[in-house]
Design a protein around this ligand. Structure first.
Ligand SMILES: O=C(O)CCC(=O)C(=O)O
Ligand SMILES: [Fe+2]
Length: 276
């Protein structure tokens, strides 16, 4: 009788018990409106160092008008600058409120009903392994494929589903950059995860940006320096947030979403990429 292939879950290497000391990026409180919003929806952050606050181009109200009303960025996002994380040899920018809470809720529920979700399998040390999350992907060109960890992600539909296209358009307006591929990850609860990795595959434009929009439950993104494993940076990815990894970040750092068993809700990340 043929031996049944053993399918294993990809296990995480990070100890999630250390997740209590969560570090939150600083958000500059630079307007009355920010203060008003903050009083309604408090920011939770512990980073003390203000020196590395970094201003980037904000979204103008003209750009906001071009966004579809049901997928608007949070009302104060055009006033609020992103936070540049203090990490050596990395360029990582965090926007806490890229999408409004209402948009997040509707986007999460729309995305969960897409028919394309699959649980990818990888080959690890000669064994088949299931990823501990679901994925699907879309592209600006049907022939574009993204090869990573021994799996191939191609376009699951001939065009981007409309809500994803709307997020992509808003993102491109905000960042003044173009993206031609998006990989979606659905972490159904805190048992789902992605191991530490660098998105440095051939096929990606070298040093291209990766922009990751989060909806659903909060999860912790852990960065670890490749040549100095004790250098760790943790960021809580709030619903509606956007985190952008730029430049040489992938060369020097790995990142992953460890299991967090106490998280009961699901989260979806939309990771926009620049393929060659
Ligand atoms: O879900 C996330 O925020 C990260 C996902 C990720 O690192 C990836 O898809 O390469
Ligand atoms: Fe990644």
């Amino acid at each position: 009788m043929a031996k049944r292939k053993r399918i294993i879950d990809v296990e995480e290497t990070i100890d999630s018990s250390s997740m209590n000391q969560r570090q939150k990026p600083r958000i500059a409180m630079n307007s009355t409106l920010d203060k008003f919003l903050a009083s309604n929806r408090p920011f939770r952050e512990t980073t003390k160092d203000k020196q590395d606050d970094h201003k980037m181009a904000a979204v103008t109200s003209d750009q906001m008008d071009k966004n579809p009303p049901h997928l608007q960025q949070a009302s104060a996002s055009h006033l609020r600058s992103p936070h540049k994380l203090s990490m050596t040899d990395a360029e990582v920018f965090y926007y806490s409120s890229f999408l409004s809470p209402t948009s997040c809720t509707s986007l999460y529920s729309t995305l969960t009903s897409l028919p394309y979700w699959q649980r990818p399998t990888f080959k690890i040390f000669g064994r088949q392994a299931h990823a501990a999350r679901l994925t699907c992907s879309f592209s600006s060109h049907p022939s574009k494929e993204y090869r990573y960890s021994g799996t191939i992600a191609g376009a699951d539909a001939p065009t981007y589903p409309l809500p994803i296209k709307q997020v992509k358009d808003s993102l491109e307006l905000l960042l003044h950059e173009k993206f031609n591929f998006v990989l979606l990850n659905w972490y159904r609860d805190g048992n789902d995860s992605i191991g530490e990795h660098a998105d440095d595959e051939r096929g990606l434009i070298p040093n291209g940006s990766i922009a990751c929009v989060s909806v659903g439950a909060e999860r912790t993104l852990v960065f670890r320096k490749k040549n100095e494993k004790s250098q760790v940076k943790k960021v809580i990815l709030e619903a509606g947030s956007l985190i952008v990894m730029k430049g040489e970040t992938q060369k020097f750092w790995k990142h992953g979403i460890p299991k967090e068993r106490k998280v009961l809700g699901g989260r979806i990340s939309l990771t926009f990429r620049q393929l060659e």
